[in-house]
Write a protein of this length. Sequence first.
Length: 470
Amino acid sequence: MTERKNEVENSHYSDILIIGGGPGGIQATRMIKSHSPETEVTVLRPEFYSLVYCAIPYAIEGLFPLEKVFKSDELITGVGGRLIREKAVEVDLKRHRIVLTDGRNIGFGKLLIVTGAVPFKPPLPGIDLKNIFTVKTIQDTEKIIKAIHGETDCDGDTQSGFSDGARKAVVIGAGAIGIEQALSYLAHGIEVHLVEMENYPLPQLIDSDMAKPITEKLEEAGVNIYVGTRLVSFRGNRSVSGVELSDSKSIELEKDRDFVVVSIGMRPDIDIFKDTGLEIGRDGIIVDEHMRTNIDNMWAAGDCVEFHSGIDLKTVGGKLATNAVPMAKVAALDMLGKKARYPGFYNGAVTLVGNFRVGSTGFTERFALERGFDVYTTFSKTSTRFPMMPGAGELKVKLVFERGTDRLLGGQVVGTEAVAERIDLLTLAIQHRLTARDLADLSYCAQPWQTFFPARNAIVEAAMQAIGLV
């Protein structure tokens, strides 16, 4: 009787329980409360803060205080959502109940899983040595900042005895996160080594024929870049003191001072849901276009799910906040009985390398070929402003078309300005299955500070090449 009484006292029921307080959890809460203020929504978030993840490297660089990447809890509580800062340690989906680390039980009517993803750590010798970090949480970020400034032994609060920060850092993975991290360390005068298994940087974002200016910018900045190089192992006694690479290459590090960051991908954070009856694929929880799982009254969205491309409807990775947000909105609306569907990933993404903006959307040429498409490509170059204007820089566009239909499958843009806007335009074109002819007919604007001469537009020109008009 006493045990039952304690269980009741320690229980809470919510119409909708959201596990995860990142971009997906926040957006779902706000969408639900805006359409149905009377619906009780509880958000479970183990982290003390939700973060603006994309801004982390710039906080590390020192452009603004770390606190600026903390999202306000009022994004949830301000619309009437209940926020609980605890972690689920047990899940019983049949009984619609979870147990928290503090022993409390939460029952729910409907469940939305938006637990996100965590960095992948390769099972290589030495991976658990001290001063080897990943980048995702506030704890990760604080460790890196402390390593840079020499405040602690990096992995804890014990003073290490040295007053100077790291002299050398090794970043494994030359994707967007890896490059942004590498450049943030350079800003502190640290010698940076960037290791990439593929033969050029940003291999998931662009093709090799667009990568030359990126490689040059990294080298000009002072990054020691190793492409076509595989990570073999880490050396050290307690703390990392060396990184072993393929082709008998190695990078020596000063123990308890220098550090390594591993940035080679993410995996869905769904361990707690294994053996619960949820259908789980290689890359996450399997959902339909409404974000419904295989269990009634349970939805999932964002980085923790496996979903398909909007281009060929085959499974593809899509762990981006700009995917998680619309997926969570669809889930929220569907939970309320409103019509909504998510068409698939298009994966428009951008990053910054020196003064070069780099963006991509849809399929790269390489990936389209891997997916079985017969493709052809076109290119165009202009300047970002009228050439005589101060600050005019380079702009290069690559478009990927399906042979036979001329349908746009992907686009890449590298330039010193206005790359994100062009990527969004190309994403819209891919979403609506536009062809080279459609893009060639694009009506565009021109202004000396913002575009090339009215006579040419890089996207239009690349499309006109595709249909033989230039």
